[in-house]
Design a binder for this molecule. Structure first.
Ligand code: AMP
Ligand code: MG
Length: 416
């Protein structure tokens, strides 16, 4: 990051990939190292700092996946053979070794007793009343191994089941619990301070005076940060004044990993972020060749990284997904570089593409194609709620109905 003078006329035009490479390089030095041990119960969305290695086989013993009878397959040479029932084994109970020539009544999840090598489901058997537990008539010829879930077929002792850097999804928590992990070592959450700039902004609940609009970015960005597992320090709305902006930056920098702002990053007279960040720290201001989006500020105030997003709500949203989320991933040392695009068919025409790379709001239709939201303007937030994802369209490339395009699902952009 270089210190630039206020007199410099224009921010450099950068490709998104170039910007991402610079962001990632800048964020690298700020990677989080502090860890904490949290209960597996409370670890949803956190990023693992230490791998999870299994100290046991899962399942820990051979067990049945059916209600039925455990037996030796070799004891049933013909359909209709009868075997005395020598024991009853519900789930959670450990049976006795199976006497040759007998069967054990057994229930799903129970360990298959030593000596048995197959389970016949109860629908293929008839119980025969008699002394003790009676007998069973087996109406099929079983194959050795059938309906037996093998010890260790899911996880072997010593396996790494979750890697450091993995984000803990609900299913990852389930897997961690299945190997007996009661606590997990995770990175501390990134601390992100957020404020919106703009004298026109008022909060929902306040009257909308002439000239005002409601502050939507404050809610959207806070939600995106929370969904990404961050601790959010919300500093509200900062007036369009240099001194107020500088003051807000100083407060935001205290104890934060990242300061995130919306609005005020253009080079207009009312855009005070650039001079404010330059006065308090370091700043690069970029024009990114993407639409929506374009202005993006990246820098540092104190120990905190700084990212300034454009004020237009859709631009803020898309820039968050494509530029801030990757920075948060770098801070958290997470694996992967975000979701890979899917190749899907456009169910729309886009005859007049922009000269910048575009991210169009689209929705998956029942035929597996993509429909386009009719208004792609950067102020139209309804498009972001309607959409399932973004089409990543190369600069100057027209789309005709039936073309294959690159689709980025919103879900994976938000939570990866
Ligand atoms: P700016 O980047 O400050 O020039 O703002 C660009 C556009 O986004 C203007 O129309 C602003 O009114 C609008 N805008 C800026 N911040 C917000 C916000 N927090 N919520 C909704 N709209 C905003
Ligand atoms: Mg503004």
């Amino acid at each position: 990051m270089s210190r630039r003078t206020v007199a410099e006329p224009r921010a450099p035009l950068l490709s998104l990939d170039e910007a991402l490479a610079r962001l990632s390089a800048g964020a690298h030095a700020h990677r989080l190292t502090q860890t904490e041990d949290v209960s597996t119960f409370d670890a949803l969305g956190r990023v693992l700092a230490l791998e999870v290695r299994s100290l046991l086989d899962v399942p820990p013993a051979d067990n049945t996946s059916m209600d039925g009878y455990a037996l030796r397959a070799a004891d049933v040479a013909v359909a209709g053979a009868r075997l005395p029932v020598s024991q009853r084994i519900p789930a959670g109970v450990v049976g006795q070794p199976l006497q040759p020539g007998t069967a054990a009544r057994i229930f799903t999840g129970a360990q298959v007793p030593p000596g048995a090598d197959a389970v016949v489901m109860q629908e293929q058997c008839e119980a025969v009343v008699g002394d003790g537990l009676g007998a069973v008539q087996v109406n099929v010829v079983p194959a050795a191994g059938q309906w037996v879930r093998r010890r260790g077929e899911d996880v072997s002792r010593g396996d790494i089941v979750l890697r450091a850097g993995a984000r803990l999804t609900p299913q990852a928590l389930g897997l961690a619990a299945s190997v007996g992990a009661a606590t997990l070592t995770v990175l501390r959450r990134p601390r992100v301070a957020v404020f919106s700039t703009g004298d026109e902004l008022v909060m929902p609940g306040e009257p909308l005076k002439p000239g005002a609009i409601y502050n939507s970015n404050r809610f959207m960005l806070r939600g995106l940060l929370q969904a990404a597992g961050c601790e959010v320090l919300d500093l509200g709305i900062v007036p369009d004044r240099l001194d107020a902006t500088r003051e807000a930056l100083r407060r935001a920098a205290e104890g934060s990993d990242l300061i995130l702002t919306s609005g005020g990053v253009s080079v207009g007279e009312e855009d005070h972020l650039r001079p404010a960040v330059l006065a308090e720290g370091e700043l690069d201001l970029w024009q990114i060749a993407m639409k929506p989006g374009k202005p993006l500020a990246f820098g540092r105030v104190g120990q905190a990284l700084f990212m300034g997003l454009p004020g237009n709500p859709v631009s803020s949203f898309v820039t968050f997904l494509l530029a801030v989320a990757p920075v948060l991933r770098v801070l958290q040392g997470a694996e992967g570089s975000g979701p890979a695009p899917l190749a899907l068919r456009a169910n729309f025409d886009w005859p007049r593409p922009d000269r910048r790379r575009e991210f169009l709001r689209v929705r998956l239709n029942a035929a597996g194609g993509l429909d386009l939201f009719p208004n792609q303007s950067s102020g139209v937030l309804t498009s972001t709620v309607w959409a399932d994802g973004l089409v990543d369209n190369p600069a100057s490339q027209a789309i005709a109905r039936g073309d294959t395009v690159r689709f980025l699902p919103l879900d994976s952009l938000i939570t990866r």
